[in-house]
Design a protein around this ligand. Structure first.
Ligand code: EPU
Length: 430
């Protein structure tokens, strides 16, 4: 299995181009099934989650043409095929096939979703929504069976603010009879992106981006073309990377408003950030100051940047506290950071990070996607070479990570090899 080898201590400078948003892409592709003619999605990130969803759509009988950042989906030949466990387990967002197939065919039989292990990740709110729309949902030996004679609009209050449940209900409701109202809806930019696609298909959606969304369903939806918004979490990861190891790094193709919670925290740490229309210029100060961070639903600080931010705070002066209010077990990166010399203590849902510690390169493991990003950042700050195993987690959500980092001067290699063999790779590059 591939590893990443990161040599720390090099100052990063230059421009990083941000790709399309993973968490939009993985919802927009299943959403294409809801149309009755061809949908083209552009600005797709080049990540394995997108490839796996393409395979899942193909398995449903849809015709797919995927080239680079563009996928054309003709859903006319799609059928309510049984989606087996193996395929669905490859990623969390396979759960959007529930809303899409239920909306389109009024039935779906699917394995349970997989994804990063961040502790319990129930889908009770998705099911509550489908049932309110008129579906019967049963669990038959690990397969979820959804059936509805017809879907009828309903008023649904989410007990937990959930991105996935909000989007899944929007998908099914866009082909239900009448109006659906989602109360206590999630407000992430990706939800607005999905609403934009569904509106282009002909559904009438109001309030996306607020906590009350109204969806007027349609019996038929038409094909359309859509370009995905920039990935705010990828942008945020490179902003943190720039603060950790950069001199002047320009983050290009970003919507500055979408990363505001991070921008505010980095400024509090002493990082200078200049905003353009679609660009952010990051200049870290001489000394980073401690901060406390609490992850919250949007527009609060995103949980998906908690792990990269933990890595950065090992460099700040003083003790910082990061609390994750969204997931209670998103701390697997902490053990790995400790292997590199970080002083981090866990107390419940909080990590206490005593900063200004120099990190040492070590052999570590990416336990999940954002933990992987955190270790890359730690590796860039550390003395010596850090060897990161289980890179497939990183490939799920960061496109061309090594190329983008190399473009700003990082020393990073992919290898099946051990640390010793990196010397040979480095020699080739000289
Ligand atoms: N929750 C429930 N019941 C539900 C749904 C969620 O209790 O039916 C709880 C979850 O256990 C969690 C909280 O509600 O504690 C929020 O979960 P949410 O449903 O919002 O998360 P998700 O839709 O499964 C998406 C992203 C995650 C991101 C979260 C929070 C996708 C494919 N995934 O997950 O992204 O962390 O929203 O913003 O959109 C990542 O990109 O690394 C990632 C994990």
């Amino acid at each position: 299995m591939d590893k990443l080898l990161v040599e720390g201590g090099h100052t990063l400078q230059g421009t990083v181009q941000i790709g399309g948003a993973k968490n939009s892409a993985v919802a927009l592709l299943p959403a294409a099934l809801l149309a009755d003619s061809t949908v083209t999605i552009d600005n797709l990130p080049l990540i394995s989650d997108v490839e796996h969803l393409g395979e899942i759509l193909q398995a449903s009988g849809a015709f797919i043409h995927h080239e680079g950042t563009k996928m054309t989906i003709n859903p006319q030949s799609a059928r309510p095929e049984i989606m087996p466990n193996g395929q669905m387990k490859k990623l969390r967002a396979s759960y959007y096939m529930m809303g899409a197939m239920l909306g389109k065919f009024k039935q779906a039989t699917l394995g349970l979703p997989g994804g990063c292990d961040l502790g319990p990740r129930p889908i009770d709110q998705h099911i509550k929504g489908f049932e309110a729309l008129g579906a019967e949902v049963t669990n038959d030996r690990g397969m979820l069976c959804l059936r509805a004679k017809e879907l009828r609009g309903a008023r649904i209050y989410l007990d937990v603010v959930s991105v996935g449940a909000t989007i899944n209900i929007m998908l099914a409701a866009s082909r239900a009879k009448g109006q659906t109202i989602i109360e206590n809806a999630a407000k992430e930019p990706e939800i607005i992106d999905v609403a934009t696609l569904l509106s282009s298909m002909g559904a009438k959606i109001k309030g996306a981006g607020t906590d009350v969304i109204r969806i007027d369903g349609r019996q038929t939806l038409s094909g359309c073309a859509h370009s995905i918004i920039p990935d705010r979490i990828e942008a945020g990861t490179y902003m943190i990377t720039a603060a950790a190891a950069g001199n002047e790094v320009l983050i290009d193709h970003v919507i500055p408003d979408h990363v505001e919670p991070l921008t505010a925290k980095l400024r509090e740490m002493g990082v200078q950030i200049e905003e353009g229309d679609e660009q952010l210029l990051i200049r870290p100060g001489n000394e980073l100051q401690r901060v406390d961070i609490k992850t919250l639903v949007h527009p609060g600080f995103p949980t998906d940047l908690q792990q990269p931010a933990t890595a950065l705070l090992t460099k700040a002066q003083g003790t910082s506290i990061i609390t994750d209010t969204i997931y209670n077990a998103r701390f697997k990166h902490v053990d790995e950071l400790r292997r590199m010399g970080a002083d981090v203590k866990l107390e419940g849902r909080s990590a206490l990070i005593t900063g200004a510690k120099s990190l040492e390169g070590a052999k570590v493991k990416a336990s999940d996607l954002r933990a992987g990003a955190a270790l890359v950042i730690a590796g860039l700050m550390a003395d010596g070479v850090t060897e990161i195993a289980d890179v497939h987690h990183i490939e799920r959500g960061y496109e061309r990570l090594e190329a983008k980092l190399k473009g700003i001067g990082a020393k990073i290699w992919r290898a099946k090899a051990s640390r010793e063999e990196v010397e040979a790779l480095r020699a080739n590059e000289r």
